[in-house]
Design a protein around this ligand. Structure first.
Ligand SMILES: [Zn+2]
Length: 312
């Protein structure tokens, strides 16, 4: 397996040597002028747009692109290798990277960028209060719902915060970071307008989700989250909670359940079978391909799903 990877890397390197103008976002071979590490997927995608055309930046994501949200995340030795030589660390903040606070003490010279700075946090919902989520709530601190990037308005602020942080850490390229931020935010703004145009007239506003990732998104588009079934992936509801949820879905008259592509649809299918509500997909953009337009594409697909689900 490792041999295979090495061969592929060698081939890619050769390809890069032959095709001039081939830009490698991970120039690990050559010595980068500045190394920027991001904590997880949405921060990485924002940074990928911002470092475009800046020479000598090595951009690396701390966690694997398949990791998803970092609730209860445990750092691996590989993650710590990524931190070696880091000049800048860009994180979501709002309690998403609590596991990093101790690690950061070992890297006192790293410039920290907190993408959620200045964004007003929603309170976390406590659908399953009094049950076994109490300990988890405590772990996540009292900061509020950390999924700020799922609202496009917030994500635009997020992108600007990262651009400002990069400009401070690498002032000679400030102009490029700021131009890239303007360009990316213009695309996001156009997408937001398009989404409002399609979502605002939809007759149904109720959604049921499976992870507390859509609070900010729902607020942005005037949707109502009737129920969040698993507050975080892997925290299965009890039988009583499941029964209550099924009652809630039936009472609300909600016809659409929104599972996430990152997680198993089993629970959604159970509730669908009980209530007759159909299962759709909403992507909170916490994992996927390392490509610049990944967030835009995920939101476009969310729009398609919402129009289909809430249009009748
Ligand atoms: Zn999450």
């Amino acid at each position: 397996m490792k041999k295979k990877t090495a061969i592929i890397l060698a081939l890619l390197l050769t390809a890069c040597l032959f095709f001039s103008g081939c830009s490698d976002p991970h120039p690990s071979g050559e010595s980068a002028r500045i190394k920027v590490v991001t904590s997880f997927y949405p921060v990485y995608i924002a940074a990928l747009n911002l470092v475009d055309g800046v020479d000598g930046v090595e951009l690396q994501n701390l966690t694997q692109p398949t990791t998803g949200c970092l609730h209860d995340y445990q750092l691996t030795p590989q993650d710590l290798i990524a931190m070696e030589g880091a000049d800048v660390l860009a994180i979501n903040g709002a309690g998403m990277e609590d596991f990093l606070s101790k690690v950061l003490e070992s890297y006192p010279s790293v410039t920290l960028i907190t993408a959620s700075d200045g964004i007003e946090l929603l309170e976390e919902e406590h659908d399953h209060e009094g049950h076994d989520h109490e300990a988890e709530d405590h772990d996540h601190g009292e900061e509020g719902n950390p999924h700020v990037w799922v609202s496009i308005t917030n994500y635009m602020q997020y992108v600007q915060n990262i651009a400002d942080g990069l400009s401070r850490a690498d002032p000679q390229n400030e102009a490029i970071y700021q131009i890239n931020a303007q360009k990316y935010k213009a695309k996001l703004s156009d997408l937001k307008t398009k989404m409002h145009g399609a979502i605002d007239p939809l007759p149904n506003r109720g959604i049921v989700t499976f992870h507390e990732a859509f609070g900010y998104f729902a607020e942005e588009f005037g949707l109502h989250v009737e129920a969040v079934i698993e507050r975080e992936p892997g925290t299965d509801p009890t039988v009583q909670e499941l029964t209550e949820t099924i009652d809630k879905v039936e009472e609300s008259g909600c016809r659409a359940l929104f599972a996430e592509p990152q997680y198993e649809p089993r629970l959604a299918q159970t509730i669908s079978a009980e209530t007759g509500a159909k299962v759709y997909t909403l992507d909170p953009c916490v994992s996927g391909a390392y490509e610049k337009d990944a967030y835009l594409k995920a939101m476009e697909e969310n729009l398609n799903q919402l129009v289909e689900a809430l249009g009748q």
